[in-house]
Ligand binder design. Structure first.
Ligand code: BES
Ligand code: MN
Ligand code: ZN
Length: 485
């Protein structure tokens, strides 16, 4: 979908829309809407849309207003995103190809305009690539939004929002791709294409190189798959020279069958999005690179496929990680931590980060605890955790802090190796986090975000349709904007 800023509405466009605040009254709005809206109980609440038709100068016009809540509301930015998103949700497949969005009412400044446009744009993403028989009525029709009366500075604000939106869309695309098409090598290739000529520096490690480095845990997970494993690092040096980078690490299990500890069949298809952490990191990096963030940032993703096979790791096997610590694999389905422990160790050695934050669809237990409303954040530094929670809150990638502690750590001691890869029945998300913490160096600030419940949605939400939410890309971008730039 194209956003086109213009001085006046092109005259052949039928659909004209406006954003209105709750409590502002409807003066200046076409009388069909001003009189009709109250009868339909339209109040201007965020996400509420009212539509009417009118004859204007002999032409049929389709008119709509979208509510943004009260002008002074705390969560104003998110309300404006919803106002924008509600419009695309309604008109994306409506048959209309063009829409005039008049920003004269409701929107106060360029930032507010940018928020509404971001919502509008994010909600327009869909992937119909593999639907060859989609009926005409169901196809995306909306192509261009003509924006009039944009406040001064909206163009610059939109530049930034567009870069972020592209990051979110990239995350969604990666998450949506099926695992026969998106596997470690093709994930790398897509990133190489996406970051070409952006100034970002990409490093790829293949299996031989990881073997050399001693990444026995990550490679152990991938050894049952015919797909080769990869480690990818995306580096952006937008900050001061010599400034320690922020490093993000993502779990990129392109498909998780569980391995020899095979998962049950029903619902296993969901495990194509077990690379949602890696997708968030890649999309977050694309947003940062796209808007040329003034920060040094690295995104590292561990890419493997977890399959059962004659060569796969078995329950009871002992693996040696790059850190030298040994791991008894009691359940081959607890594979994400095995991938992350080597990726985290390598990232710390390689980049000496200021802080390191990982994203992973790590445990089903996280969904039991927090549902699909919040990801869980575990950290060895409470300030880092609050910074992440607050960045997440402002972009609607919500996080909730969870505990760590020595008593939980004990639960993963092993009788034969340094640790085992599962704890007991209780606190499954916490024991997974404790496992990761064993690979974090003393004095390195670290946070782990378990986003198992957040990357996929079976219903439309804030600014996404059902399916991939794009969770994490905006959180990463916002965290850098708030705390590093
Ligand atoms: N990828 C899964 C976690 C997951 C489950 C993500 C459902 C999203 C939706 C992870 O690799 C896994 O299988 N975890 C196990 C851990 C257990 C064996 C200790 C789980 O959560 O059951
Ligand atoms: Mn698993
Ligand atoms: Zn997994």
């Amino acid at each position: 979908m194209q956003i086109n800023f213009t001085d006046s509405a092109p005259d052949n466009v039928r659909l004209h829309v406006q954003i209105v605040n709750e409590g502002d009254g409807l003066e200046g709005i076409d009388e069909v809407l001003a009189e009709g809206a109250p009868t339909a109980r339209f109040r201007g609440k965020p996400g509420q849309v009212f539509e009417g038709f009118a004859k204007i100068d002999g032409e049929l016009r389709r008119l709509a207003i979208s509510g943004a809540g009260e002008a002074g509301a705390d969560n104003r930015r998110l309300n404006l995103e919803r106002a924008g998103a509600a419009l695309t949700a309604k008109y994306l497949r409506s048959g209309e190809t063009d829409m005039v969005l008049d920003l004269a009412s409701a929107v106060e400044d360029a930032e507010e305009a940018g928020a509404a446009l971001a919502g509008l744009c994010m909600r327009s993403w869909s992937m119909d690539d593999y639907r060859t028989k989609l009926s005409k009525e169901k196809k995306v029709s909306l192509e261009t939004v003509h924006v009039i009366n944009a406040p001064e500075g909206t163009l610059a604000a939109w530049d930034r929002e567009l870069a972020i939106t592209k990051g979110v869309d990239f995350t969604r695309m990666l998450v949506t791709q099926p695992a026969n098409l998106l596997y470690p090598e093709s994930f790398v290739e897509v990133c190489q294409k996406m970051f070409k000529d952006t100034g970002a520096e990409l490093t790829v490690l293949d299996e031989a190189q990881m073997e050399e480095l001693g990444m026995g845990a990550l490679l152990g997970v991938g050894q049952g798959s015919v797909r080769e494993s990869r480690l990818l690092a995306i580096r952006w040096n937008g900050g001061e020279e010599g400034e320690k980078p922020t490093v993000f690490v993502g779990k990129g299990v392109t498909f998780d069958t569980g391995g020899i500890s095979l998962k049950p069949g029903p619902g296993m298809e969901d495990m194509k999005w077990d690379m949602g952490g890696a997708g968030a990191v890649a999309g977050g990096m694309l947003a940062l690179v796209g808007r040329k963030a003034k920060a040094n940032v690295v995104g590292v993703v561990g890419l493997v496929e977890n399959m059962p096979d004659g060569n796969a790791i078995r329950p009871g096997d002992v693996l040696t990680s790059m850190s030298g610590q040994t791991i008894e694999v009691l359940n081959t389905d607890a594979e994400g931590r095995l991938v992350l422990c080597d990726a985290l160790h390598w990232a710390q050695e390689q980049y000496d980060p200021e802080h390191i934050v990982d994203f992973a669809t790590l445990t089903g237990a996280m969904i039991i605890a927090l549902g699909n409303e919040h990801g869980g954040v575990f950290a060895n530094d409470d300030d880092l955790a609050s910074q992440l929670v607050s960045a997440g809150k402002s972009v609607n990638d919500k996080l909730w802090q969870m505990p760590l502690g020595p008593a939980y750590d004990k639960l993963i001691d092993s009788p034969i190796a340094d640790m085992k890869n599962i704890g007991g029945r209780g606190a499954g998300s916490i024991t997974a986090a404790q496992f990761l913490q064993r690979f974090i160096k003393k004095d390195t600030k670290w946070a782990h975000c378990d986003i198992a419940g957040m990357v996929w949605s079976d219903k439309p939400g804030h600014a996404h349709d059902k399916g991939a939410t794009g969770y994490g890309a905006r959180l990463i971008n916002q965290f850098i904007a708030d705390n590093v730039e």
